[in-house]
Design a protein around this ligand. Structure first.
Ligand code: AMP
Length: 209
């Protein structure tokens, strides 16, 4: 199944995607993770996007579309995928239509306050990318990933000034995609406010799986 996870930062898209990828045996493709890996590796892509990402703004469409097009051409993405964090603009959504046919778009419904609560407590493993939370999902040992032993840190763009910007960018540039996909009959809404186990139940029900 070819899925898009749509929703504001802090909606829990990445956390749910980790569960759903096991369930559907399908790759989880997060543009945010790809960019962060590139930044960590100090690759040309990473050097190009670092300042924009740290400020909470969007990477330009051309760069992002080329990256996703290439990733979706790989063998493991032919039968299905979970696209997390892409598309984020109408231009990206229109470009995606030229190289892939999506089955469903899952819209993560959460209030601004709910998203801020998630983002302000989010901690991420630098090595495997797993998302923890200071209240809802603490690592067993503070600062250390339960799964790979990597360092658990605060993303630069989860700091308060960038969070405000990211939510504003979401409302202006990404939210119009809800209407875009609704008109195409692809949208399914899920309540993203509870904890991940409950979101998963709502997800399965909405997709009848
Ligand atoms: P995320 O991990 O999805 O919250 O993404 C982190 C950051 O990466 C975003 O705030 C953007 O700066 C950048 N980014 C991720 N996906 C996209 C996209 N589809 N278009 C533009 N920028 C993106």
């Amino acid at each position: 199944m070819k899925l898009i996870f749509l929703g504001p930062p802090g909606a829990g898209k990445g956390t749910l995607a980790v569960r759903v990828k096991e369930l559907l045996k399908t790759p989880h493709i997060s543009t945010g993770v790809i960019f962060r890996d590139a930044i960590a590796a100090k690759s040309p892509l990473g050097l190009k996007v670092k300042a924009v990402i740290d400020a909470g703004k969007l990477v330009d469409d051309e760069t992002t579309i080329a990256l996703v097009k290439e990733r979706l051409s790989q063998a493991d993405a032919q039968a299905g995928y979970i696209l997390d964090g892409f598309p984020r603009t109408i231009a990206q959504a229109e470009a995606l239509e030229t190289f892939s046919v999506v089955d469903k778009v899952v819209n993560f419904d959460i209030s601004n306050d709910g998203a801020i609560e998630r983002l302000s407590g989010r901690r991420v493993c630098r090595k495997c990318g797993f998302n923890f939370h200071t209240i809802f999902n603490k690592p067993k040992k503070e600062g250390v990933c339960d799964f790979c032993g990597g360092e658990v840190y605060v993303r630069e763009d989860d700091k308060p000034s960038a969070v405000t910007k990211r939510l504003e960018v979401y409302r202006v540039q990404t939210e119009p995609l809800i209407d875009f996909y609704c008109k195409k009959g692809l949208l399914v809404d899920i309540d993203a406010s509870p904890l991940v186990d409950e979101i998963l139940v709502g997800f399965k029900k909405a997709l009848r799986i």
